[in-house]
Design a binder for this molecule. Structure first.
Ligand code: ATP
Length: 454
């Protein structure tokens, strides 16, 4: 089993991520987050919200609807342009993303932003092979729109075609005026949103890396035209600091700046934060300077003015926008990959999740050494820590096994109640990473734990 397979296996075994619709044989590339997974996901989102919203007086939050007026996606360009190049192998019928075929062929060529004709030419000229069957016999490329279509309405005649949003961003643009007016904000300011997005990806895969339903943490930061570069660089630094603060090794991160000729039509600067996933560096977080494209488009399509009047200069303009857009599941996978270890100790292998106490699903586990003798005090202590820490308890099996299980799910501290606890009101505190044990008076426990988790 390679590391990636081991990681996926680990996530399923310990209740982080399950196969979606498993009892019906599964629905491919859908995933359900189990008890530990949902906690980790929430902690990731909370950490992001705390860092980018609560700590920033220029930022406010929003939760806009997933279903939006169909014209939104005409204005944003998604109806006409949000598609991937799809190509089929004539021999084995496997469907591929044509740009990915080029990337996988390791020719040093990047198909991002190229026309379908240009991509087809590269595939032919280099006789790129189907990764499944090895033949080089493909159909021509068709553009495949990634938006999920559904119908809004009770009868077929009255139903209106609408889409599940493929990004949360557009809901922010639609509310730019509402938020600016009601929050009495002056440019520069930002609007942040966390929510589900849907894309009918041609080739989902790599576990939770690319799925058709995922969550995004997005910010649209509105600034005066001409200042976008400064904000772009500010966010670049903030994003790197945030990831490193969560425990991601600096060397496992790099920026991939998009060259000018490859930029999307709406962007004058784009970079991706790439993380070293088990299969190599890949996109974790996008940062795009989107100019005034979106607000201008919505102004045109809706007929509502979406400009801003500077209260000091009386200047009227459409703000420029800088957009950092993060996939929650991608960060989840990156964090598991960073923290997951198989530590060999003599004959034994210890599974360890060396995750920051900020993100550990449980921060503390409380055990009675001997169930019959120490259970009452253990339960009392457990109850006293509930609500202050994320705490769990375990009284079944040998103490060593109980430690190992907590190591595996990343619990930084285990507390054991033994005879010393009954006689001298102390507990044994065991550290996940060093396995060191120290004795701590019960009345100093909360303070000691707070210090450890700082
Ligand atoms: P990719 O090139 O990997 O398809 P993208 O450039 O289309 O991604 P964006 O549109 O910039 O992605 O979306 C912003 C972020 O949302 C990405 O950096 C990623 O973290 C996340 N994301 C996008 N698509 C998916 C997906 N299908 N599954 C999970 N996360 C996704």
């Amino acid at each position: 089993m390679n590391r990636f397979e081991a990681l996926v296996n680990y996530a399923k075994t310990y209740g982080f991520v399950y196969q979606g619709s498993e009892i019906y044989g599964g629905l491919s590339n859908t995933w359900d987050f189990g008890p530990l997974g949902v906690t980790l996901k929430k902690l990731i989102k909370d950490a992001w919200w705390f860092e980018f919203v609560e700590k920033d007086p220029q930022m406010v939050g929003l939760d806009s609807a997933i279903l939006m007026h169909p014209k939104v996606w005409e204005a944003s360009g998604h109806v006409g342009g949000f598609s991937d190049p799809l190509i089929d192998c004539k021999s084995c019928k496997t469907r591929h993303r044509a740009d990915h075929l080029i990337a996988q062929a390791n020719l040093g060529l990047d198909a991002d932003g190229l026309s379908n004709e240009a991509i087809e030419k590269i595939i032919k000229d280099h006789a790129i092979k189907c990764p499944k069957c090895g033949k080089s016999d493909f159909t021509s490329i068709r553009s495949f729109n990634l938006m999920f279509k559904t119908a809004l309405g009770v009868t077929e005649e009255s139903a209106q075609d609408i889409y599940l949003r493929p990004e949360t961003a557009q809901g922010i643009f639609l509310n730019f005026k509402n938020v600016q007016r009601t929050s009495r904000l002056k440019v520069p300011f930002g609007i942040a949103q966390i929510g589900k997005s849907f894309r009918n990806e041609i080739t989902p895969g790599n576990f939770i890396f690319r799925t058709r339903e995922f969550e995004q943490c997005e910010i649209e930061f509105f600034c005066a035209p001409g200042t976008e570069k400064e904000w772009f660089n500010t966010y670049k630094a903030k994003m790197a600091a945030f990831l490193e603060g969560l425990g991601i090794t600096k060397d496992h991160l790099k920026f991939h700046d998009h060259p000018a000729e490859k930029l999307s039509h709406y962007s004058n600067m784009t970079t991706d934060v790439e993380y070293l996933f088990p299969w190599g560096f890949d996109e974790l977080w996008g940062l795009a300077s989107r100019t005034d494209f979106d607000l201008k488009q919505h102004q045109t399509y809706s007929g509502e003015t979406l400009d801003y009047i500077d209260p000091l200069t009386n200047e009227r303009y459409i703000p420029y926008v800088v957009e950092p857009s993060l996939g929650v599941e991608r960060l989840f996978l990156a964090l598991l990959n960073e923290a997951y270890e198989e530590e060999v100790i003599g004959e034994e292998t210890r599974t360890l999740l060396k995750i920051s106490p900020k993100l550990a699903p449980y921060q503390v586990a409380v055990f009675p050494l001997i169930k019959k003798r120490h259970q009452d005090l253990s339960d009392q202590l457990f109850a006293s820590l509930l609500g202050t820490f994320r705490v769990t308890k375990d009284d079944a099996g040998a103490i060593g096994r109980r430690y190992r299980r907590q190591d595996a799910i990343g619990t930084p501290v285990c507390i054991t109640i033994d005879d010393e606890s009954l006689d001298h009101q102390t507990v044994t505190l065991r550290d996940r990473d060093t396995m060191e044990q120290v004795s701590v008076p019960i009345n100093e426990l909360v303070k000691t734990l707070h210090e450890r988790f700082k």
